[in-house]
Ligand binder design. Structure first.
Ligand code: 6GU
Length: 225
């Protein structure tokens, strides 16, 4: 998979996508992420990419021209399966959305700043608008990093244990069960006996029960349909 990201703050995207599983995905050649600074498509030598909003009001708006030029110039080299704008008024991102995106080949993500981007770019170029939750971030970069992480780890071959993404919270509308490691007795707090029973069927039943219990207690909304 290849993901291109258009941003006015590429620095914000560097570290989150350079370590751990994202690093492994890139090193294995399974994921390519290219971050493009919007300023290279600026309308003047000062690097201007935003302007006051029509109708007045505080906050700048990202101008259509640099964004259109960026999108068109990147689209000339490859066809994008989705052109995504990350925005608090987009569709809420969740695990099924991550699963869907992980099956695409080329994604383009546009990060907004200030008051957002000119509506005409959304109308004429953007094919998908995603919010990562009901709160406002100061820019789209951290949201984009979250989407790349959630999608990238699902690419076949990225995780060592192929089954481990299937066991994640949300993959079957259940939260993940509790996990334990050594020691079996830590300060008198014991690991549940069944996990040391060596009986895979019983262990798997116990994990499922725990997942259901946890989901009923914490996120009953996930179990409603
Ligand atoms: Cl995608 N962007 C911004 N700026 N804020 C958000 C968001 C995105 N998702 C939730 N809040």
């Amino acid at each position: 998979m290849r993901i291109d990201i258009i941003s006015v703050l590429p620095e914000l995207l560097e570290s989150p996508l350079s370590h751990s599983i994202m690093k492994r995905a890139k090193d294995k050649g399974l994921l390519e992420v290219h971050v493009h600074h919007l300023r290279q498509w600026a309308v003047n030598e000062y690097g201007t990419v935003d302007d006051y909003q029509y109708g007045g009001g505080a906050g700048m708006v990202m101008m259509p021209e640099p964004l259109a030029n960026a999108i068109e110039s990147l689209s000339a080299s490859r066809a994008y399966d989705a052109i995504i704008y990350v925005t608090p008024d987009g569709k809420r991102f969740d695990q099924p959305a991550a699963n869907q995106l992980s099956m695409k080949g080329n994604l383009l993500i546009i990060c907004g700043h200030y008051k957002g981007i000119d509506e005409r770019i959304r109308e004429h170029f953007v094919t998908m608008e995603i919010s990562i939750g009901d709160y406002v971030l100061s820019g789209g970069e951290l949201a984009a990093a979250i989407i790349v992480d959630a999608v990238g780890r699902l690419l076949p071959g990225v995780l060592n244990d192929e089954t481990s993404a299937l066991m994640d919270s949300f993959q079957d509308n259940l939260l993940a069960p509790p996990v334990y490691t050594r020691p079996a007795d830590f300060r008198g707090w014991k690991v549940p006996e069944i996990l040391m029973s060596g009986d895979p069927k019983k262990i798997s039943e116990w994990r499922h029960e725990q997942a259901v219990k946890r989901t009923q207690e914490r996120r009953p909304d996930l179990m409603q349909d």
